[in-house]
Design a protein around this ligand. Sequence first.
Ligand SMILES: C[S@@+](CC[C@H](N)C(=O)[O-])C[C@H]1O[C@@H](n2cnc3c(N)ncnc32)[C@H](O)[C@@H]1O
Length: 275
Amino acid sequence: MARAFLERKELGEARLEAELLVAHALGLSRLQLYLDLERPVSPAEVDVARDALVRRGRREPTAYITGKREFYGRDFAVAAGVLVPRPETEQLVDLARDASAARGGADGLRVADLGCGSGCLAVTLALELAGSVVTAVDVSPSAVEQTRRNAERLGAAVEVLLGDGLDVLAARGPFDLLVSNPPYVMPEEAPELAPEVREYEPELALYAPAGDPDHWVRRVVERFDALVAPGGLALVELGWKQRERVLALAAARGLAARVHDDLERVPRVLELRRA
Ligand SMILES: C[S@@+](CC[C@H](N)C(=O)[O-])C[C@H]1O[C@@H](n2cnc3c(N)ncnc32)[C@H](O)[C@@H]1O
């Protein structure tokens, strides 16, 4: 029934979403839902499930309704006010792990996450790169609160700071590894966004400031010496039209740059190092 309702609303993965929402209403995992098919359902649980489906039917993101989203194999608490972690951002973690391995391990590695949102990157890196020292910053109080909450829930040691990202990090840096998934959508692209994104996710997390999709790369490049230590690198997630422009920005500043494509061959992560 839940699946049919979501299909009528033309919601992409109706079956998966129906399972997540019904499992949430029953306080079960998706797996437990299958293992316990005969479990009686109370009227209160039916009410919670109905409410969840109505919210989803209005295109509210499933993650805001269930209060969580999986990222790199762990459940992150998510609430309105922070970006829902995206699977493509996991590539930053893979690249950070490769960089750490190439350096000979993460012991003492100073890591910074610029614009931490839910904390999915900072917390994952603190857990994946054992021995690293991770600092996360966001200008949004909701993001700082959510990152602290996720760090505590998942047992990660992360220093979480509120403020303008570059000023805070430049004052604390330089770091061996700077990661960032900055806002890069242009306001005129808003009509192309899914309603879930456009109507529910925070504008501060979506839209590039000053009408400049390269704003954050430009600022990282300008302050590279204060942010990234000699021998270190920066990994910045990109929107799909930024490739040529950001490579030119890096070249103009004499930085070595490379763009990594994602699995769908979309240019996705900019890697910056001193030449
Ligand atoms: C695209 S979201 C990324 C969130 C998270 N890192 C992720 O990958 O899901 C960008 C984040 O940058 C933050 N942000 C925007 N302007 C900022 C600034 N001036 N200083 C620090 N953070 C900022 C937003 O609040 C938002 O949390």
